[in-house]
Design a protein around this ligand. Structure first.
Ligand code: ACO
Length: 329
């Protein structure tokens, strides 16, 4: 039995932060950010808005679109590195917010690969035959860990959430294959040094800004292109496919130059590559489900289309998932 995506939804906060506004906070420019990253603006949460609020919006849309009762949901999986709290999990907060009385759930930490890792996890629960409806949501409030005095990171990210409902496929399509990787030796190339159990938050860690995200941008760039391209080429090869056979490629949106280089290496032409980084920046676990939800809204996928997802993120984590699309309108 295969798992299939029956429903998609996304939510981004109303408030927009443009490059021009960011250039008033740090020494940067609209031209630098656009040319080096492809980003023009990002959405950011309101003062009282957190990751679970964005996820709850997504979860409500998913239920409504699929005409399901909250009681129909078996599991809620949330990929995020910016939960509301260390505990309880974001999944538990969503469960309560939507009244999913029969659901259990958990958060999954894989940074930008959070949605892909969650999708693979959810698919295995469907394939086991035990569960019928699983919500998989990728969401991050990156502004909660951004240092708005560090121009090398603060220009890159935004806030947002997207999600899907997974169900058993009736016709044999759905999630066909996946390849996932973790390489912890890349850990300190992209990380939040303090605030966890290694260096609990103190006045010093706060003064040092070490509770914010730090990165070695050039190293991440290099590994991201290689990681996403290798895994995408491998999944195509394993399934006797070429880039030409793919209808839509949705790569993680970290940098337009990373996306272009990855697609080129995989022989996937530009018209098949979903790029929305211009409007949202890098929403970490949110990028792929937001892109997928937008593509579905625009009617870009029909029955039988091959859809390819690929991610790379902190950890390092990376992976690719191949889907034979099934329309459930
Ligand atoms: N505005 C203006 N100048 C800047 C900025 C900025 N926001 N940031 C860096 N610069 C400067 C640097 O200080 C440097 O100046 P120097 O030459 O005087 O030393 C110059 O611009 C060039 O810096 P580079 O690091 O060479 O710029 P590069 O072209 O590599 O782009 C970037 C930097 C955008 C961070 C790129 O390396 C990148 O995207 N890396 C991937 C990082 C990433 O995406 N992380 C997100 C999470 S991981 C993921 O999602 C895959």
């Amino acid at each position: 039995m295969k798992a299939t995506i029956t429903t998609t939804a996304h939510y981004v906060p109303e408030k927009v932060l443009t490059n021009i506004e960011i250039a008033k906070l740090v020494d940067t420019s609209d031209e630098w950010i656009r040319s080096r990253t492809g980003i023009a603006q990002r959405h950011i949460v309101a003062e009282n808005e957190a990751t679970s609020d964005m996820c709850t919006e997504v979860a409500k849309q998913l239920l409504e679109k699929r005409d399901l009762s909250p009681n129909d949901i078996d599991i809620i999986i949330v990929g995020t590195v910016t939960p509301d709290h260390f505990t309880p999990s974001t999944a538990a907060i969503i469960q309560d917010n939507i009244g999913a009385a029969n659901a259990w759930g958990f958060d999954l930490s894989a940074a930008c690969s959070g949605f892909i890792f969650g999708l693979e996890t959810g698919a295995k629960f469907i394939e086991s035959g035990t569960y019928q409806h699983i919500m998989v949501i990728g969401a991050d409030t990156m502004t909660s860990i951004l240092d708005f005095t560090d121009r090398e990171t603060c220009v890159l990210f935004g806030d947002g959430a997207g999600g899907v409902i997974l169900e058993p496929s009736q016709s044999g399509g759905g999630i066909l294959d996946s390849i996932l990787h973790t390489d912890g030796s890349g850990g300190t190339s992209l990380w939040v040094p303090a605030g966890g159990s290694r260096h609990p938050a103190t006045i010093d860690t706060i003064n040092e800004h070490s509770h914010y995200i730090k990165q070695d941008g050039k190293r991440v760039f290099k590994f991201a292109v290689k990681g996403m391209a290798d895994v995408t080429q491998q999944i195509l090869k394993n399934n006797n496919l070429t880039g030409e056979k793919i209808k839509l490629f949705i790569p993680h949106q970290a940098n337009k130059r990373i996306i272009d280089a990855t697609a080129k290496r995989c022989g996937i032409s530009n018209d098949k590559v979903l790029i929305n980084i211009e409007w949202y920046g890098n929403t970490t676990a949110g990028t792929i489900p937001i892109g997928l939800s937008e593509a579905v809204e625009k009617g870009e996928l029909i029955d039988g289309d091959f859809l390819l997802l690929a991610s790379f993120g902190a950890g390092f984590t990376w992976g690719s998932i191949l889907i034979k699309w099934e329309s459930h309108l």
